[in-house]
Each structure stands twice: as structure tokens, then as C-alpha cells.
Design a protein around this ligand. Structure first.
Ligand code: ZN
Length: 118
């Protein structure tokens, strides 16, 4: 079955960043590729799972930029990011923030949509 891959680029975090559904690194359900500046999330996850992974990988991307800014030389511990992502999603949910459908999230991202096959 052919699936359309969501792939958008945003500059809203201060740097170009692409988010797409696709095959992450082996053994992972998502990853942030610093060189490609790309977040890849497994399409096999539930929507809620995708959101938690997206927040996790966004924390890596933001952390990278904080370190690059010179504010600190130390990246956040991976364990902290792993624990923080679901907590952030839960906190937003408790505050009534609704996570939109994956397609609706495209509005957040800039750039053009590119179709691809899995
Ligand atoms: Zn991670």
C-alpha cells in the first residue's frame, strides 16, 4: 500500500528543520538527524505516539541550538529529554491544548509539500 509521506520544512525554530514520516534509524521509533536537520518519525506509531516522538526530537533540535548559541556547552541528558517529552505532551493536554491531526499540523510548517513513497 502506498502511503503519502508528510514532509515539511520549518524555520520557526531558528533554523531549517524538516519533519517527515519514514523509517527511523534501526531500533528507534524516531530520530533527529543533525546533519540533514531532519526529524524522522515512524508512521507505524499512533498519532499520540508520533506527537510524543515529535516533541522528543524537537527538544533535541532546540537543545542543539541552545548549545550552539553559546549559552551553555552542555546538552541536556538524553534521559531528561526522554522523560520530558511525554510530560510536556501530558501537560499541554491537561491545559486543554488539543493536538491536531497530523495533516493539520502542516500549517505550522513552512515550505512546500513533497510527496514520496514509503
Ligand atoms: Zn532522543
Amino acid at each position: 500500500m502506498k502511503r503519502r509521506v508528510f514532509r515539511q520544512t520549518t524555520r520557526r525554530l531558528g533554523a531549517s528543520l524538516t519533519v517527515r514520516l519514514g523509517a527511523p534509524q534501526p531500533g528507534a521509533i524516531g530520530h533527529y538527524d543533525r546533519r540533514a536537520r531532519e526529524i524522522v518519525i515512524s508512521p507505524a506509531l499512533s498519532h499520540a505516539g508520533r506527537i510524543v516522538v515529535l516533541v522528543h526530537e524537537l527538544l533535541h533540535a532546540v537543545d542543539e541550538q541552545i548549545v550552539a548559541s553559546g549559552v551553555t556547552r552542555h546538552e541536556l541528558p538524553h534521559e531528561w529529554i526522554t522523560a520530558a517529552a511525554p510530560q510536556l505532551v501530558a501537560a499541554l493536554s491537561a491545559l486543554g491544548v488539543r493536538v491536531p491531526a497530523w495533516q493539520t499540523m502542516r500549517r505550522f510548517f513552512e515550505g512546500s509539500e513533497r510527496g514520496a513513497e514509503l
